[in-house]
Design a protein around this ligand. Structure first.
Ligand code: GDP
Length: 420
């Protein structure tokens, strides 16, 4: 394959499932939008001719007009749709490092003195430079490098429940280009308002990543949070990263420790939260070193020259595990986002289509009987055929044909787009 490590250019990824579905559903709505506009104009034309106004009643013309606004609304929501992953865990477990490793760039400040005090959302932007947006102003602050970002972050007044958005050039990072939005959270050990956190940041999340510390077991605060999440959202997708595995793996009895983590974490996901079964839970658990993953990616051309203190013995297996996590994650997030985000849109498309069809078919039937009436009338006063009669006849004939063509056209376009 053309899979290429490093900056991820030319990489065919599972995320394309979402990206392509979004393109397609955009096209479908553009088609429906055109059709609805055309139908709306047609209906207005018809109702403006008094003799033809019986063909489309006022309720129906309102229905058709309403669809124009509906389509506009859906198109707007569609443009904003993305895949969202939120990272949780105790302070210093390595959340920022995990995000940087996935982005293959040091974007978020990490380490001592850079504890994340608020939510930080990294999303793609089409501009060439990165910038930062806070909730208190619409004014973006420009960021050119990590040092400046770190100081910009400490400049703004941070509240635990506030959100800072980092808009980072899409061209620099594949995940952002492919519509993934990554959210870092304050440490879960800061006694947060969990309900608010969930309502404000999690209801539209497709995937949750718990960054755990391999040196200790899950804490009750971490567990409580995910209990609440799974009460509010049905079957959330949760991954658990046992991070800092580079340090743990140096210890004795490591196999036993690893087994313990596996048992406890799969009990947590399968038996406590019931978000997956036992077997599935094992596929959601990864033993990684985000620090090594980041270092190797930043030094991709020269992995072995990376200072030894960064890549500890056995690092290859951990890098492999990290890449495995990313693969599973990409499959999971794109499938989930397509389902939760686009299923509703598809249902709405079907609804609008069938409503319009009903209106048009009713108009068609009415125009047929109007034409019949006309014929009847004409027979009765055949020698006094007026200009108006002829006009009316032409018009109803045209209306009839046009409606028929429209019904057929939209049927074909929409059904074929939705079904293939
Ligand atoms: P956060 O508070 O959860 O965002 O944690 P950070 O990402 O800021 O990481 C805290 C510290 O742990 C930093 O100094 C990182 O370099 C370090 N760190 C992160 N991941 C690992 C890892 O896998 N192994 C080791 N040894 N250190 C790590």
């Amino acid at each position: 394959s053309n899979r290429k490590l490093g900056n991820g250019h030319n990489q065919e990824s599972a995320l394309q499932l979402f990206v392509n579905a979004k393109k397609k559903i955009n096209d479908i709505f553009r088609n429906i939008g055109q059709y609805v506009l055309e139908a709306d104009k047609f209906v207005q034309d018809v109702t403006s001719v008094p003799e033809c106004s019986v063909i489309v009643g006022p309720e129906n013309s309102e229905v058709v007009h309403g669809f124009c606004e509906k389509i506009d609304g859906i198109t707007e929501v569609l443009a904003r749709d993305h895949m969202k992953v939120v990272f949780f865990g105790r302070t210093s477990n390595g959340k920022s490092t995990v995000i940087n490793a996935m982005l293959r760039d040091k974007i978020l400040p990490s380490g001592i003195g850079h504890t994340t005090h608020c939510f930080i959302q990294v999303e793609g932007s089409d501009s060439k430079d990165g910038f930062l947006l806070t909730e208190d102003t619409d004014k973006p602050k420009s960021i050119t490098d990590i040092k400046q970002l770190a100081s910009a972050l400490s400049d703004v007044k941070l509240q635990e429940n506030s959100l800072i958005r980092i808009l980072w050039p899409k061209e620099k990072c594949r995940l952002l280009r492919e519509d993934v939005v990554l959210v870092d959270s304050p440490g879960i050990d800061v006694s947060p308002d969990l309900d608010l956190w969930i309502d404000k940041f999690c209801v539209d999340a497709d995937v949750f990543v718990l960054v755990a510390n391999a040196e200790s077991t899950l804490m009750q605060t971490e567990k409580n949070f995910f209990h609440k999440v799974s009460e509010k959202l049905s079957k959330p997708n949760i991954f658990i990263l046992q991070n800092r595995w580079d340090v743990s793996e140096m210890e004795e009895d490591i196999d036993q420790v690893k087994q313990q983590h596996i048992d406890r974490n799969s009990d947590f996901l399968a038996e406590e939260l019931k978000v997956t079964d036992k077997k599935g839970a094992k596929d959601r658990l990864f033993f990684v070193s985000a620090r090594e993953a980041l270092a190797s990616r930043l030094n991709n051309d020269n992995v072995f020259a990376t200072p030894e203190r960064v890549l500890l013995p056995g690092f290859q297996a951990r890098l492999f595990e990290f890449a495995n996590f990313e693969k599973e994650f990409e499959v999971c997030i794109s499938q989930s986002a397509v389902k939760t985000k686009f299923e509703q849109h598809t249902n709405r498309a079907h609804y609008i289509n069938s409503e319009l069809r009903t209106v048009m078919e009713e108009a068609y039937t009415k125009s047929l009987s109007l034409q019949d009436e006309q014929m009847q009338l004409r027979k009765e006063k055949s020698d006094r055929l007026s200009h108006l009669d002829r006009q009316l006849d032409l018009l109803t004939g045209e209306v009839k044909n046009k409606i028929k063509a429209m019904v057929e056209d939209v049927e074909r376009k929409v059904s074929c787009a939705l079904n293939d």
